[in-house]
Design a protein around this ligand. Structure first.
Ligand code: SAH
Length: 240
């Protein structure tokens, strides 16, 4: 079964974007996953094809109209029933590798891209949209967030990545950040590759990698080890 992505957006021309290139693009061309976009504006019914209106209670910006968006969601759902319905939103639960893996194991996702100040709350509630954030910052629209989520999902789909193992042993998968990598030349600007990595002793290499992963995680993301500090305060470059 191929993973079906259905994206509701005011800017369908932003898709597949970077996902039309490289491994994701080849997988798309092969049919390992599919991507359909729906233009939300096509579901407006007035002469001007209005999709937004001023916020109730006043304030800056505009809000996506619930009636128009609900019709778009219903049409998408009728075409591909039962997909999880996501709304890209800075108020959402932060996206994690665990959620990405979960989505990759499913049939696909219906993804709503917000614009303006956001989306009328009633359509979120009544259509059961799960709000998903890609981080604690504000984008101008949900499209790059949807592309980011899909990028993370698609690379996990069977057959997409050449080396299946590299999909398993990397940052977050074991609850830790990944150890550092090195490759030739043996000497770069006077700095050698750590000796253990060229020793041929696989046990010692594995132990070194695990120790490095642990110390890196402790320094940068102690929250992953359940050691306090919120992720927003961490993730700063550290000297190693
Ligand atoms: N006024 C809103 C932000 C609107 S930004 C607020 O303060 O919460 C416009 C749209 O961009 C949002 O509807 C959402 O779809 C998308 N967006 C912005 N930042 C995002 C983020 N960090 N993660 C996911 N989507 C985001």
């Amino acid at each position: 079964m191929t993973f079906a992505a259905v994206v509701l957006t005011l800017y369908p021309e932003m898709f597949p974007g970077h996902l039309g290139h490289s491994l994701a693009g080849k997988a798309l061309a092969r049919g390992d996953w599919s991507l359909d976009t729906l233009q939300i504006r096509d579901f407006a019914t007035d002469r001007h094809r209005t999709v937004d209106d001023t916020p109730a209670g006043g304030g800056a910006g505009m809000v996506l109209k619930p009636d128009v968006l609900a019709r778009a969601i219903d049409a998408a759902d009728a075409a591909r029933p039962g997909l999880p319905r996501l709304l890209m939103s800075p108020r959402g639960r932060p996206l994690t590798q665990a959620r990405v893996r979960d989505l990759a194991e499913g049939a696909g996702a219906l993804i709503v891209c917000g614009r303006f100040e956001g989306v009328d709350q009633r359509v979120i509630d009544r259509r059961g949209l799960e709000e998903v954030s890609i981080g604690d910052y504000i984008l101008s629209g949900g499209e790059p967030a949807a592309l980011t989520l899909l990028d993370a999902v698609v690379r996990l789909l069977p057959g997409v990545m050449g080396n299946a193992a590299s999909g398993v042993q990397e940052s977050f998968e074991g609850g830790l950040l990944e150890h550092p990598h090195y490759t030739r030349p043996q000497l770069f600007e006077g700095e050698p590759i750590p000796e253990v990595l060229t020793s041929g002793n696989h046990g010692a290499i594995r132990a070194w990698q695990q120790a490095e992963a642990l110390s890196l995680t402790r320094a940068r993301r102690p929250d992953l080890l359940g050691e306090g500090r919120a992720p927003s305060a961490a993730g700063q470059p550290v000297t190693k």
